[in-house]
Write a protein of this length. Structure first.
Length: 267
């Protein structure tokens, strides 16, 4: 069964078509692996519906699945859960999150399991809570793995993982920090500065005013920065790096970034 990215139930090599209520029931059990009491299931799946009507909807949804072996309790009278031999991709992903700290940096586990959220288009309260929980777990795992790969000299892989985290949560500072650190470990200072500027621009556009973050400390003063930043387009509202200031020529020429208090000069 797949619940990461989208919902799919496969039995004997073929996709199983399910009605709306049956699909919600099976997805709920995939996300909540422990046996669920009927009253709890009905209340979460059909909030606001009277208890008796909810129980009736639950019984109809479970029967309509049409695969008795899908559930631990085949006669559907006791607490409901998926059978032990039902394979769920979310379970694999959570196992990977737990195992990643112990996996040597030289190994290459299937990180694709951490590339998607739980049923991102579903809006029910019960799925939103579990989605956010898993999202935080997977992003933290990606960031930590990226740092370990950088330390092990696997710079391209470290950048790729950090970029995956940034795509999932563009405004998450720890994800941006992991990506900037991966670029710096690789020696790609220009890419690190570009990422810093992009993050500052995102914060400014989202909050509508001056933005600040804790990433300045990643860039110790360096005479190379004015040259690197002057050679690439600088967002109009980008925050300058520590030790840099913007100046204009006497005739109102192009803005340059210079270090300290020295005069501007073309590069």
């Amino acid at each position: 069964m797949r619940v990461l990215g989208s919902f799919t139930l496969v039995s004997d090599g073929a996709a199983v078509p399910l009605g709306v209520d049956s699909r919600r029931l099976v997805a709920y059990l995939a996300v909540h692996p422990r046996p669920q009491e009927h009253a709890t299931l009905a209340a979460d799946l059909w909030p606001g519906v009277p208890a008796a009507a909810g129980q009736r909807l639950l019984a109809e949804a479970a029967t309509a699945v049409g695969i008795p072996t899908l559930f631990t309790d085949g006669d559907l009278t006791g607490p409901l859960s998926l059978a032990a031999d039902v394979h769920v991709d979310l379970s694999d992903a959570l196992g990977l999150v737990r195992a990643l700290p112990e996996i040597p940096a030289g190994d290459s586990p299937d990180i694709a399991l951490l590339s998607a959220d739980i049923l991102p288009s579903w809006t029910a309260t019960w799925i939103a809570v579990e989605r956010e929980r898993f999202r935080q777990l997977r992003l933290h795992a990606l960031e930590e793995r990226s740092l370990r790969l950088s330390a092990a000299g696997r710079h391209a892989d470290a950048v790729a993982l950090a970029e995956l985290a940034v795509r999932a949560a563009p405004s998450r500072e720890s994800a941006r920090r992991a990506l900037i650190e991966a670029h710096l470990a690789q020696g790609n200072i220009a890419a690190a500065i570009a990422e810093y500027d992009a993050y500052e621009e995102l914060l400014r556009s989202s909050v509508g005013g001056p933005a600040s973050n804790g990433l300045d400390a990643l860039f110790p003063p360096s005479p190379a920065w004015p040259v690197l930043r002057a050679r690439r387009p600088v967002p109009r509202s980008a925050v300058q790096l520590p030790g840099l200031r913007g100046v204009r020529g006497a005739a109102g020429g192009t803005r340059r970034l210079v270090s300290g208090g020295g005069a501007s000069r073309p590069y």
